[in-house]
Structures are given as structure tokens and as C-alpha cells.
Write a protein that binds this ligand. Structure first.
Ligand code: FAD
Ligand code: NAD
Length: 464
């Protein structure tokens, strides 16, 4: 008979859960991970980070070939054609390789995969496909799903969420994206590069809520230049199918006269909500907060002895690397070690062109906490970005006025996602802007812009 008693059961095999399970097993704990999908890796590997980046990469190559960027560099192409089937095949190959890789790592580390939907029957018991399993510690890592929008029913054909938007079989002529957040801009970019007209309808008066105000303004300017159409301070109240098309009713967010817009595809991307339905949380005695999340303390304890939670199902940014770091930390705690995540230093990246990245406080948040100094440097002043003809954007370093400690870094640049790692590491080490300014950076690299922004904190950049 199969083993039903474990040291640790993790529910959910996304970046939070699978990492927690592997680390727990590495530390000698007998570990099982419950997952109802047919493949491991959760939202991120199956329908999130990885497939979206595959399409972002492929669509960028297409655009460079089809819209003359390559030709401007002397690389002449003729008769460039889109093979959407091959693009989707590339996406699926990436997903298959990586999800299969997690299955290999489970076997290598002796993590038992319990296939099926997990449901608490008591605080230390979980039912999976009719069998009850017990564990000393249970980690909830069930992630999140798309927030639905009343009046706009998702059919995954013409009205899609992010999963459907990864799988469209034709390039829509007009794609309306509801929500000017990360998903809207990333997947909107994919289909725009492949030829769609893209209109983003955003409830608030600016895109990318929560980000630094300068970044939001710059992003708006850049995406408009790329051809995105923005309808800000606007809400969609209804989507109706008419023949092959769709008619959307929109109105000002504050209320007012309604109007309609025609589209042939709609992407609903207004946020995600925690997965807790059907999990039997009442049997474990776990309550949700007002936003439907599971609250945890510094050590990921839910308040019910032996039950922990990590990742998207808990408060904080819904990011894969946040979930992963929490997975490692919770496993180390369960093994009797010290596990820590510094939630003040979690970078975030939007993988558009240019990329948009940030870590730490925005200028607005930093000002609320005290006196600050800000250094800004345009990518136009960076030799590598200028040479590569990707001079849109800037780097901004925010430091405490008295101690000079770096409080936040925000970057709009073609490789901002790579550049932000340096800023996160500097902040983790408690660096001052002077520390960054006097660190030798290789030339010519985009990263020199971060050094110059740090120099600008004291008013002394060279190349502006
Ligand atoms: P998830 O990855 O959601 O995994 C939870 C798993 O638990 C799922 O596989 C689910 O099937 C399983 N599960 C749930 N309930 C049960 C149950 N009762 N029993 C058994 N199994 C269950 N983040 C980034 O950092 N970078 C990106 O580039 C990025 N791109 C994204 C693009 C898209 C289109 C989307 C949708 C998200 C993206 N994200 C990105 C967010 C990222 O995917 C999530 O933050 C991350 O996956 C959260 O990890 P998690 O382990 O908490 O949950
Ligand atoms: P989001 O929170 O980033 O953006 C949602 C947007 O929709 C916001 O701008 C919000 O104001 C707007 N909105 C809300 N209700 C609306 C309405 N009724 N009408 C019009 N606009 C409305 O959410 P998302 O883009 O759906 O992404 C979900 C999560 O997935 C995010 O938390 C993000 O962290 C994660 N994600 C991360 C990445 C990445 O790290 N690169 C990529 C994709 C997704």
C-alpha cells in the first residue's frame, strides 16, 4: 500500500510549492507535493511566465524582421512571413521542457507527487483522490487564478484571459485589453507586434498601478509611440458577440455617457485572485482576509499549528521569484533552520520592449517616509543603449538624504530586467548610492546607466 504519512505535504506545485518540496526533501524531510494539473510548475511554467516570454521573444524577432529594424542594421530580409503555428510550437516546447524538468527534479530528490485535487479534512490531513494523507507540516501553495469581470464572460476563443491569449490561433485585427497592468501590456505587446491593433481600457487614470509615477508616465509615452491606444479612467460594462465580432460597452470610470467599441478579441487582465475554493480550509480552521488571501506571519505560519502558506495565495506581490524564495525559506524553517525572505527587496519586471523594472520604494513612497535624494540618468546618455538604437527610458536611484542608503531603483530600458538584479543585491547589502557610483562597471554596458544615476544622486553624472 502507498505511503500516506509524510513530514511535509505541500499543496500546489507552482514556483512556491515545487521549490518548497524540493528544498524540504533536500533537507531530509519525507515530502509529498499535491498537484491537480497534468504537469508540474504551476501557473508560471504552464500558462504564465514561461509561455508568455516565449511569445514575447518570438514576436520581437518577427517585428524586427518584418518592420525594418534588421534592415536598418544592414540585415536585409525578403518576404518575411508569420508562421503562428511554429511560434506556438516553440512556446509549447519551452513549457514541456521546463515542466518535465521539474518532474525529473522531484524524482531526483525523492519528492512524492500526489496527483489530484488536495482538500483538508483536518489541520494535519489532506484528501487527494479519495485517499487521506497525514503530515506534521502542511504548506499551502495553491497560487492564484484570473479575476473574472462581470458582463464579460470568458470563452477562451474570442473573450480570453491570459491563458487563452497565449493560444489565439489567428492574429486579431483589433484586440481590446481590459486592464493596463503587467499582463495587459506584455500580451498586448505580443499581438501588437504580430499585427493587431491594440486598445487598452484601464479603470485608473494611468497604466501600471503601484509603480513609480515617473515610470508610469514614461511607459505610457513609449507604448503610445509604439501604437498602443489607451482609454484611461474607463471601464468596460458589457461585451456582446455579434457575428464574428464583439461589441464592448465602455463608460467613464466615474460614471457618465456610455459608448461602444468594436473588436474581434478581448483579453480580460484585471488582476488575479487567490485559489482557496474547494481546499477545505474550514476543516483546518483557517480563515481568509477581506481580499480572500491566507494571512501569514514572518515565518509563513497561518495561525493554525503545523499549517503554513506561501506564494500568490498570501498577501504581497504575485511574482514567481517571491513564491520561490518563500518556498525555500519555509522548507528551511520546517527543517529547524532559519529561513528568511526580505519582502522589502523584491524586484519586479515587465517584459515589454523596453523592459520596466523596479525594486524597493517608489519616489512617492520614499517621500512619505522622510527626506530623500534622487538621481536620474537617461538611457540616451548611455553609449551602449544609444549604439544599439534602444535609447528609450531612464534609471532612477532613490536614496535616503541623510544616510545615502539606497531605498529604491526604477529602470525603463531594453534590458531593465537584467539590470535590476544589481540594484536588488546592492540594497540587500545595505549599499549607499556612493557605493554604486564608485563600483567599476564594465564599458560599454547598459548597467553603466545605473552607475551614472547613482552619481546623479550627488549631482555628478558624466554623460549628461
Ligand atoms: P501557482 O504558480 O499558481 O501554482 C499553484 C499550483 O497549485 C497550480 O499548479 C494549481 O494547479 C495547484 N493547485 C491549486 N489548488 C490545488 C489543490 N487544491 N490541489 C492540488 N493542486 C492545487 N511572475 C513573475 O515573477 N514573472 C513573470 O514573468 C510572470 N509572468 C506571468 C505571466 C502570466 C500570463 C501570468 C498569469 C502570471 C505571471 N507571473 C509572473 C506570475 C506567476 O506566475 C505567479 O506569481 C506564480 O506562478 C505564483 O506561484 P505559486 O506557486 O504561488 O502559485
Ligand atoms: P495587474 O494588477 O498588474 O493589472 C490589472 C489592471 O487592471 C490594473 O491596472 C487595474 O487598475 C486594472 N483594472 C482592474 N479592474 C478593471 C476594470 N474593471 N476595468 C479596467 N481596468 C481594470 O494584474 P494583471 O495584469 O492581471 O496580472 C496579474 C498578476 O500577475 C499581477 O499581480 C502580476 O504581478 C502577475 N504577473 C507578473 C508578470 C511579470 O512579473 N512580468 C507578468 C504577468 C503577470
Amino acid at each position: 500500500m502507498a505511503d500516506t504519512n509524510f513530514d511535509v505535504i505541500v499543496i500546489g506545485a507552482g514556483p512556491g510549492g515545487y521549490v518548497a518540496a524540493i528544498r524540504a526533501a533536500q533537507l531530509g524531510l519525507k515530502t509529498a507535493c499535491v498537484e491537480s494539473r497534468e504537469t508540474l510548475g504551476g501557473t508560471c511554467l504552464n500558462v504564465g511566465c514561461i509561455p508568455s516570454k516565449a511569445l514575447l521573444h518570438a514576436s520581437e524577432l518577427f517585428e524586427e524582421a518584418a518592420h525594418g529594424t534588421l534592415a536598418k542594421w544592414g540585415v536585409k530580409t525578403q518576404g518575411v512571413e508569420l508562421d503562428l503555428g511554429a511560434m506556438h510550437a516553440g512556446r509549447l516546447e519551452a513549457v514541456k521542457g521546463l515542466t518535465g524538468g521539474i518532474e525529473f527534479l522531484f524524482k531526483k530528490n525523492k519528492v512524492t507527487w500526489l496527483k489530484g485535487q488536495g482538500r483538508f479534512t483536518a489541520k494535519n490531513r489532506v484528501d487527494v483522490a479519495g485517499t487521506e494523507y497525514t503530515a506534521k507540516h502542511i504548506v499551502i501553495a495553491t497560487g492564484s487564478s484570473v479575476t473574472p469581470l462581470p458582463g464579460v464572460e470568458i470563452d477562451q476563443e474570442r473573450i480570453v484571459d491570459s491563458t487563452g491569449a497565449l493560444e489565439l490561433q489567428n492574429v486579431p485585427q483589433h484586440l481590446v485589453v481590459i486592464g493596463g497592468g503587467v499582463i495587459g501590456l506584455e500580451l498586448g505587446s505580443v499581438w501588437k507586434r504580430l499585427g493587431a491593433k491594440v486598445t487598452v481600457v484601464e479603470f485608473l487614470d494611468q497604466i501600471l498601478p503601484g509603480m513609480d509615477a515617473d515610470v508610469r508616465k514614461e511607459a505610457n509615452k513609449i507604448f503610445k509611440k509604439q501604437g498602443f491606444e489607451f482609454r484611461l479612467s474607463t471601464k468596460v460594462t458589457k461585451a456582446e458577440k455579434k457575428g464574428d465580432g464583439l461589441t464592448l460597452t465602455i463608460e467613464p470610470a466615474a460614471g457618465g455617457a456610455a459608448e461602444t467599441i468594436e473588436a474581434d478579441a478581448v483579453l480580460v487582465a484585471i488582476g488575479r485572485r487567490p485559489n482557496t475554493e474547494g481546499l477545505g480550509l474550514e476543516a483546518a480552521g483557517i480563515q481568509l482576509n477581506k481580499r480572500g488571501q491566507i494571512e501569514v506571519d514572518h515565518d509563513f505560519r497561518t495561525g493554525v499549528e503545523g499549517v503554513y502558506a506561501i506564494g500568490d495565495v498570501t498577501p504581497g506581490p504575485m511574482l514567481a521569484h517571491k513564491a520561490e524564495d518563500e518556498g525555500i525559506a519555509v522548507a528551511e524553517i520546517l527543517a529547524g533552520q532559519i529561513g528568511i525572505v526580505n519582502h522589502d527587496v523584491i524586484p519586479s519586471v515587465v517584459y515589454t520592449m523596453p523592459e520596466i523594472a523596479g525594486v524597493g520604494l517608489t519616489e512617492e513612497q520614499a517621500k512619505e517616509q522622510g527626506e530623500i535624494k534622487v538621481g536620474k540618468f537617461p538611457m540616451l546618455g548611455n553609449s551602449r543603449a544609444k549604439t544599439n538604437r534602444e535609447a528609450d527610458g531612464f534609471v532612477k536611484v532613490i536614496a535616503d538624504a541623510r544616510s545615502d542608503r539606497v531605498l529604491g531603483v526604477h529602470i525603463v530600458a531594453s534590458v531593465a530586467g537584467t539590470m535590476i538584479a544589481q540594484a536588488a543585491q546592492a540594497m540587500e547589502f545595505g549599499a549607499t548610492s556612493e557605493d554604486i557610483a564608485y563600483t567599476c562597471h564594465a564599458h560599454p554596458t547598459h548597467s553603466e546607466a545605473l552607475k551614472e544615476a547613482a552619481m546623479a544622486v550627488t549631482g555628478k553624472p558624466i554623460h549628461v
